[in-house]
Design a protein around this ligand. Structure first.
Ligand code: NAP
Length: 228
């Protein structure tokens, strides 16, 4: 029997040509104000939010809830102001001064593999709980189980392309929100919504069920359910 895990949703913004950043892996504004507010609300409703270390190194996000009202609502519900923040980081490469470790209250987890060096883990342990979870690479299925055991029922994943592939290809995602913005970024090496190795056989491809499409700002918000 499969181990229990949280409900997992991926949220991403991509250009009309499917890129989530520029070819230099530089973050660029793809969505508008209404969509940013929607993402903030999704974040506030989640128990935890997860990113890959590539996103930390490229964008240095804090992943905090931006709206004071939503933080207040979380406090009233006896929760931390911000959801538990998790970085998937095989070698403990997250910088100690990263925004995610320093901005806003709330707990953090750095999930590492056995490849991580003790000194790097010790350095990060002052700011976050370190979970050793996997030999060469973070074992995502086990990590999700550990999160579930810690009371995480709803997990939001904020990228990037490589982590999205790992989760999707291992059938660990339930829903995908994609904001499609009104621009073309281009570049064959620019990250897309899902990178990694890719599927070659049609029967292995992950199939989606359409849930909704909504016009928002200058683009469209798509919501998909992942078929089991
Ligand atoms: N538009 C959007 O919505 C959006 C959102 C987020 C990010 N982005 C963009 O996405 C780009 C970053 O994506 P990325 O693909 O470079 O990095 P990423 O997916 O954020 O992180 C991937 C890294 O995580 C580590 N990792 C550890 N265990 C893993 C596992 N089991 N599966 C997958 N990764 C694992 C690996 O690095 P180690 O081996 O070093 O541990 C891996 O290279 C940036 O350009 C950023 O701007 C865009």
């Amino acid at each position: 029997m499969e181990k229990p895990r949280p409900f997992v949703l991926i949220n991403a913004a991509m250009s009309a040509d499917g890129k989530i950043a520029t070819v230099e892996r530089r973050q660029t504004r793809i969505s508008g104000e209404r969509d940013s507010d929607r993402v903030d609300s999704l974040k506030a409703e989640s128990d935890a939010i997860m990113v890959g270390v590539g996103t930390i190194l490229a964008d240095n996000p804090s992943l905090t809830v931006k709206s004071e009202k939503r933080r207040e609502e979380r406090r009233k519900a006896r929760k931390d102001e911000n959801p538990l923040r998790i970085v998937v980081d095989n070698q403990a490469r997250t910088p100690v001064d990263a925004e995610i470790l320093n901005r806003g209250e709330g707990k953090r987890i750095i999930a590492v593999s056995k490849r991580a060096i003790v000194e790097d883990m010790e350095r990060l342990a002052e700011k976050a709980e370190i979970l050793i979870c996997g030999k060469e690479e973070v074992n995502l299925r086990n990590l999700l189980y550990l999160l579930w055991q810690r009371g995480v029922n709803r997990l939001m994943v904020e990228g990037g392309a490589t982590l999205n592939w790992s989760l999707i290809s291992q059938r660990l995602v339930d829903e995908i929100y994609i904001y499609v913005g009104n621009m073309i970024i281009g570049g064959e090496n620019a990250p897309t919504l899902v990178d990694g190795k890719g599927f070659t056989l049609e029967e292995k491809m992950v199939k989606l069920e359409f849930l909704s499409a909504k016009r928002m700002d200058e683009g469209v918000l798509l919501r998909w359910r992942v078929r089991k």
